[in-house]
Design a protein around this ligand. Structure first.
Ligand code: GLN
Length: 311
């Protein structure tokens, strides 16, 4: 296919068919609900910044956001603190796994908002006096990104909270450094709740497109966050969004993205489009195997690499 295919007429079901032939990867089993995911689920969606939405079969199947929520938590924290969140969380890649027990040396801040420590911290900075208020603000904010009222899978939220030992460890570590200023258990509860918000591939593509469109939802027209916030978020997705695979990802796919243990990937090509893919089997870095294949193909076929096209 030429490097200039039109995203509005691009055949996502044909790409889905090619991706289904890829095998490999393992479904996350950190909580029972994720372990039960359908390994053959594969949904794709694209949303251009002028509001054209296209999707494949299964783009309407729900899944929990998991780490794909992190860019949006960062966005809401930046928005609600008027940028002051940047004093409390770093923006440097770690070269380590998403749940590494490590803070920035010298400052005690989480290294960046795309790893667990950082997202626990950014979730704590979203406006709201208590757990319920912050959870409500996050759900409303995510719904504005998606352009419809989203819901939380309470069983997932409960189990993430209950079984997330490393997240509790990170929260306590940040408390001890003085960087986390709400209770450790409350912070993990809010983060777990955010990870358990249910979307489908279409929703997630609209969310990615909103970041790509300077914070304006291209479907509803609502300005969800400021343009400067959107640019900050996409910048950090580009350097940190795929954890210790971020360098390789940007060289190869070249589109800022966020991976997650549910097998979702959200992509945000600034000024062009947002895209999302869900396929649960993950590689050793926690990136969806088929999702990576789909991202590669979209980038090549639609000419999305932010540092230029070749061929
Ligand atoms: N809920 C997961 C956790 O905190 C999210 C991690 C991820 O998607 N990489 O363990």
């Amino acid at each position: 296919m030429s490097a200039t295919a039109d995203p509005r007429t691009y055949d996502l079901d044909a790409l889905r068919g090619r991706a289904l032939r890829r095998t490999g990867g393992t479904v996350d089993d950190s909580i029972p609900e994720l372990a039960r995911a359908d390994a053959d689920l594969l949904g794709l969606a694209l949303v251009t910044i002028d509001g054209s939405v296209s999707s494949s079969a299964q783009a309407d199947v729900g899944f929990s956001l998991q780490s794909a929520v992190k860019p949006f938590l960062f966005a809401l924290a930046l928005q609600d603190t008027d940028g002051a969140a940047l004093d409390r969380v770093g923006i440097e890649p770690t070269g380590e796994a998403f749940d590494a027990i490590k803070l920035e040396s010298g400052t005690g801040r989480p290294p960046n908002p795309m790893v667990n420590a950082g997202a626990i911290l950014t979730a704590s900075l979203v406006e709201g006096d208590d757990v319920a208020a912050r959870e409500q603000r996050i759900l409303a904010g995510l719904s504005a990104f998606a352009g419809r009222d989203l819901e939380v899978d309470e069983a997932i939220a409960r189990n993430e909270h209950l079984l997330g030992d490393r997240n509790h460890a990170l929260a306590h570590l940040m408390r001890s450094e003085g960087t986390l200023r709400v209770g450790a258990d409350d912070a993990v509860a809010v983060y777990a709740h955010a990870c358990a918000v249910v979307v489908d591939a279409r929703d997630l593509a609209v969310m990615g497109a909103t970041l790509a469109h300077g914070g304006r939802n291209p479907v509803t027209g609502a300005q969800v966050i400021g343009a400067a916030v959107a640019r900050d978020v996409v910048s950090v997705m580009s350097t940190c969004g795929v954890y210790d695979g971020s360098g390789r990802w940007m060289r190869q796919v070249g589109v800022p993205a966020k991976s997650s243990v549910s097998g979702a990937i959200v992509l945000s090509a600034p000024g062009v489009l947002g895209a999302a893919v869900i396929s649960p089997p993950l590689d050793e870095r926690g990136t969806s195997v088929r999702g990576h294949f789909v991202s590669d193909a979209l980038s090549a076929d639609l000419g999305l690499h932010v540092f230029g096209r070749v061929g």
